[in-house]
Design a protein around this ligand. Sequence first.
Ligand SMILES: Nc1ncnc2c1ncn2[C@@H]1O[C@H](COP(=O)(O)OP(=O)(O)O)[C@@H](O)[C@H]1O
Ligand SMILES: [Mg+2]
Length: 224
Amino acid sequence: MDESAIPFWFEDSLLHIGAEATAISGSWMGLDAVLKKREPRAYRHPSLDKKLTRQRLAAEARILSRLQRLDFPSPCLFDVDSEGGWLLISRIDGVPLYEALQNGNAGLNEIKKFGELIRKLHEADVSHGDLTTHNVLYDKAGNLSLIDFGLAKISPEIEQLGLDLQVLNECLTASHYEIDSAVEVMIEGYQSGDSGQTKALVNISAEEVIDRFNAIRGRVRYHA
Ligand SMILES: Nc1ncnc2c1ncn2[C@@H]1O[C@H](COP(=O)(O)OP(=O)(O)O)[C@@H](O)[C@H]1O
Ligand SMILES: [Mg+2]
């Protein structure tokens, strides 16, 4: 793809080559920005690949603009071309929580805040789909922001909300096992993030989601 074809975009450096997308740091209209490009996957049928790419990008763009309207800490959507397979978003000045936890710059306090943030996301009627500590950025002021909404859903089922907690549970137990009671503290945060408002977009309470998470966790254990 010819990046010069993207209006107002100036590429700076490569951030990350993922399984599905490449993230590049740069500027857009003078603002700090990230370009996410979905690359064609050789193992997929070309027309199916194109369709999936288009759907995921469109979903990610829709969810980012929804979250922006709700003042949720996540990147702003600058521009998107789902046919072209790219998305331009604001760059957040932070490090993945994964790293901050590994090098001791973050701990249980941030894990609890992460739990609160997930509840806030769920109350915005959105499930994330890939909630690992790589997809939350931690800035110098101590704030957390969520990124990577390619697998997110609007109006998810309770199962998808429970699965968000289960994916994070697996990440915490596999990658951050040295942090004692990380999962319990994350769940505590999730519970305390419950606004308890009946007018929230979602009428599935934190309690119900945690019950579902425990059921999923039991299922996984039983079959392991
Ligand atoms: N808005 C952003 N601000 C700063 N860094 C970002 C931003 N978006 C992505 N990144 C960096 O690029 C990496 C990959 O982006 P991500 O959206 O998670 O795509 P992938 O689907 O490849 O995981 C992230 O882990 C993060 O380090
Ligand atoms: Mg990611």
